[in-house]
Every structure is written in C-alpha cells, then in structure tokens.
Design a protein around this ligand. Sequence first.
Ligand SMILES: [Zn+2]
Length: 491
Amino acid sequence: MPTGRTVVRDAAVLTADPANTVHQHGTLVIEDGRLAEVRPSEPDDGGQPADTVIHGRGKLALPGLVNAHTHLEMTGVQGAFSDLSTLRLGMEATALFRRSEAYAELARAGWALGLVNMLTSGITLFNSMDRDPRPGADAVAESGMRAVMGPMLADLMLPEPVEAQVAQAEEFVAAYHGSADGRVRAAVATQGDLWCTGELWRAAAALARRHPEARVHTHVLETGQSQAMARSQGYASSVELLEELGLLDERTMVAHFVNARAADVRRVAAAGASVLHCPTGLAYYGTGERAWPPMRALAEHGVAVGLGLDDPYWIDSWDLFREAKQARVMANHHFGAPQLDSDRLVRMLTIDGARALGLGDEVGSLEPGKQADVVLADIDHPRFEPYTNLPALAVNALTADRVESVLVEGRVLVSGGRVQTLDKGAARDDLRRTAHEIAEKTGWHLGPASAIPPRITGTIRRSAGPLLGIAARVATQTTRERLRRGPGADT
Ligand SMILES: [Zn+2]
C-alpha cells in the first residue's frame, strides 16, 4: 500500500542491523512503505519534503516486535485460568475445546481484541496456531499487521477426525496464504509431539509436501512426557519424528524445545529450523521438573530464536518487552544458560523473531530496503535517564504501555497509543458480552474478584477421555522401556 514519503526525525534508534547500530539522534526516511534512509539526524532534516513527519524527540524507534509463537482465539478467557493448577487448567481448556459450539463463539469474538492488544504493545508480526484462524486472518487484513497462521492439528485433543482436520488446514492454506497483500502467510500447524498420533503426523507431512509455500509450526519437547509420546509412535525421539516425516527443514518452527539434548540442537541447526521461546508461559505453570530450552547450545549453533507470548490470556500479559526480561532473568536464575546480553535480547524481539518466521529478509530490522515496520515508544521519563545503553533500557525498563506509534509498511496503524484500523470499543464490547454468555452456558462464574470454574464432574466428563488417553500412552511407553532396560536400570 503506497504511503508516500514519511520522515521520523530525531528519535533514538535501535536498528537491530548486523552491527546492532544505535543512533542517539536518528532519522528514518520511508518511501512507499520501505525504509529509504536510516541514519544520524542532520540539521536540515526539518526542511525535507514529506507527506508525514513524525517528531521523534524523547522517543525510541525500534523494529516492529515479533510475537513468534502464540494462540489467540481464547482471548475471552483472560483472568479465568490465571489461578488454576496446571492439571485443572489442562482439564478446563480441554473441556472448553470439546464444547464445539460455545468454543467457536468465544473464538470468533477473541480475535479483534487480541490484535488490538498486540498492536498497541508494539507487535507488528505474530505466528499463531488456533483451531479456526479464518476470522483471525480476516481481522489481520483489516488491521494492517502481518501474521503467519495455521489451524491447529491435534487428534488426541480435538473431537474432529484426522481427515476433517487436515482438509480444514488445506482449505486455509489455499485460501489465505499470501492474502492481505502478502501480509498473511500460512503454516501447517501440528499441536505437537504430545498431542498427535502417527496417523495425524503422516497426514500433516503429506499436507506440508503438497504446500511447499506454507511454513511448518509445532510444539516440540514442551513437557517431560513429549519424548515418550514420540517414542510410542515408533520414533527414537521427537526430533527424529520430524526428520523422518520430512517435517524438519528451513520451514520448520519449533516452539518450546525444553530439555532438548545436544544432538537435538545439532539436528535442528543443520536443518535450518528455528526455535520459539516463551519464557513466561514456561515458568508460569509448574510442570514438576526444572526444565528450560538449551539457550547456550542454540546460540552456539546459530539457531534463530524468537520470543513469544504463547497464551497471552493465560498469563494475562500482552507485553513482549517483559518476555525479553523474563528470558534474561530465568536463564540466569537456575538453568545454566549464559547471561543473555541486551543486544541479543533486542534481536530476539525483532530480527531473530522475523528470521525464525522466515521473514528476516523483509522485516525485523531498520535497514534501507526493508519494509518500514517501526515502533516508537515514549522514553521521555526519568526512569530512562540518562539514556545510557539504550538496548538495556529497551529490555529492562521499557514496557508495552509506553508504545505510542506503530507503522507497518510505512502505514500508521497506532497513533498516540490508539489503533487506527480496528474499532477497539466494538471489539471490547463484543468480547465482554460473549465471554459472559459462554460463562453462563458452561457454568463458569466470572467476577471482578475471582473466576470460579464449573463443577469438576462436568469438566472431568468432557476432558477425561483425551487427557487419560495421552497419560495412558505415556505410561505404557515408559513401562515398556523400563522393562526393556531391566530391573534396577533407573537407579
Ligand atoms: Zn503454544
């Protein structure tokens, strides 16, 4: 979309270019959606002809943030799951998934507010996996953002048969890949090694072969049980499952990758695949084990690692800056990773996230020739003084509510903190009304002081089948392996 000539004057600029160049007083010149100049400000910048001038004094300009792994259609449950145990959360989510009609209504109402929340937080590109991304892709087109999207494939969790799930995914790829002037890309999105049978994996691999234009998105090694599930399908490991099915190459985006071993990292790196790290999501719910992605090995092997919010409505945060800080402190706390420096964290928020999604040549850094996806945040506040080490301030001190302006392809989508392309009020009213209607139908009590889930008996009835099915497969596989190793082998 041609936007003429826009000049951003006198902002502090984090470019995320290969040298991590920072301009204390910088100017961006944008021509027809692309960055034409990114450089230190000059005295005569004020006299340059421009259709739009954005005054950047007291602002930090950085590339649009990339939410590299997320789910969005349950935006309406924000607050409801926040205080549930991990087990109860899994049960309630599964039970909701299996109330197809109520879920579809909740999902439909979630998209617009999810996009508003991301845009106003400085996120210009996201990679999502949801049951029905079609209304989301339509909303992305309207919003002006970018997205990689794919319908979730998970036969151990969703009620639809494999054939129907794959047919829906194929329709999505055919209808939406390259839509919204190329801003929407499609992915073949299996829920992952814990949630799918061999039948679904093989069908997803065939789908990915038929559509080489689509990316491949999946959760891998999300929990301690994931590897056992992959082995129960006859593969030596989760990574080998992907490899043998032809699902591990430069299109592949692996979310979480917790407890991955050195050999797993080498294979992912050799394939050119990427890893999507969601530190708050991983740390929020206890899995009963101390586990973290191998950040040191991933860096040593040059794997592109992006940061994601995962389920923003379960952790009640849409702030990707906080994910960078969380990635830093959690790596330092217990998990043996090297300290993550600020430049690397800025890159994970921007260019490395874009590379992880296969869009690193187009967006992710402020360099001439790239699409003008730019965030301007207000740093005219004493907490940022005296402006020493701006990359550190961006990941340690900046929060999403300081974001003032957001441009995608040079088009202003957020101005003065307000979204220009979507009706925030209508989206909010629709979500509020729908969330309370669904709560009534499903037995939830949602109030300002608490969220009380429905009676456990109804939840068990709906969720026990899939969850027990997965637990039984893991238990059978673990027992089989223990017997094969012989008595005393564990000690
Ligand atoms: Zn996820």
